[in-house]
Design a protein around this ligand. Structure first.
Ligand code: MN
Length: 298
């Protein structure tokens, strides 16, 4: 993490090669910053000219999970019985609440490239034990912001509001800048905001930012000015600072170790979270919990 001027930080993703040419960049949580509003997880997959998403049945708890594609196709199956394909510009959003399971797979018939992100938003304490739910939105608000086009998948920008429900004030949008473009992105002052570079590069406060980086903008801003030479694809995430202390492990968001360990045991025993059509994929077991009840002695 680099501090540019005391307010802006650049967060660098951790990268992993998932095989078959698929690169994954984890932008949230990072060591320096655990959340942006209630956004608590962001993985960026690809781009890759072939392949796709192949994630077998796994559980979630205490979070809203979103899949957002720039290229390719994914079919979602969940333990509520939903089966839903998405393509770029569409949103699949699942509220896990007390527990749900799902699998996501690019259809075997899909031979083109793949590029997308997975996002989670932590559910606040009052909502995290609720019933799970799933929604699909096949079209979302398009905005023109100067030399950029934006697709709004969460919250409100410039008077346009996305249809997805959220339990805390959030914003989320994909922004596509033309080469040599300049834009002023309107922001809500009470939100903390961050911009992730997905493709191309941008200049913020005189600093060039490349894919694999997230620029943290803090709170108290009405807007941010972004320039690009080559063009860029960005993700804007923002929200009111999330004050609840989270305990995140594997696919669960909770408040303490005991509830997470119990959820992992129940998933591995098949006694909670329901069943998912596996689509030919292997069910993913929770790994060994790192410690039983207290950190190991020094
Ligand atoms: Mn998932």
């Amino acid at each position: 993490m680099t501090v540019i001027d005391g307010v802006l930080e650049v967060i660098t993703a951790r990268q992993a090669d998932l095989g078959d040419g698929m690169l994954m960049r984890r932008l949230l949580p990072s060591r320096g910053r655990r959340t942006i509003g209630a956004w608590c997880f962001m993985d960026h997959f690809g781009p890759t000219p072939t392949g796709g998403m192949r994630i077998g049945p796994h559980p979630h708890m205490g979070l809203q999970s979103m899949t957002w594609l720039f290229e390719g196709e994914v079919v979602h199956h969940d333990s509520l019985g939903n089966v839903q394909a998405i393509r770029p510009g569409q949103l699949n959003i699942m509220r896990a609440g007390s527990g749900v399971a799902h699998a996501e797979k690019t259809p075997d018939s899909h031979r083109n490239g793949f590029h997308g992100i997975t996002l989670w938003a932590a559910q606040p304490d009052w909502a995290r034990h609720s019933q799970p739910a799933f929604d699909h939105f096949s079209s979302l608000p398009h905005l023109t912001l100067g030399d950029a086009q934006a697709l709004l998948f969460m919250g409100t920008i410039d008077g346009e509001t996305a249809p997805a429900y959220s339990e805390t004030p959030l914003v989320g949008a994909e922004i596509l800048l033309q080469p040599r473009g300049v834009i002023r992105i309107p922001l809500q002052r009470t939100f903390e905001n961050a911009l992730s570079v997905i493709q191309g590069s941008v200049v913020v406060n005189g600093k060039e930012v490349l894919p694999g980086s997230m620029v943290y903008l803090g709170t108290g801003r009405d807007s941010v000015v972004i320039k690009t030479y080559a063009g860029a694809r960005l993700i804007l995430l923002g929200g009111e600072p999330f004050e609840e202390q989270l305990f995140m492990w594997w696919n669960f968001v909770g408040r303490n170790r005991d509830e997470i360990e119990l959820a992992a045991k129940e998933w591995n025993a098949g006694s909670a979270f329901g069943e998912v059509a596996p689509m030919g994929l292997k069910r993913i077991d929770a790994p060994e919990f790192p410690w039983r009840s207290a950190p190991p002695p020094e």
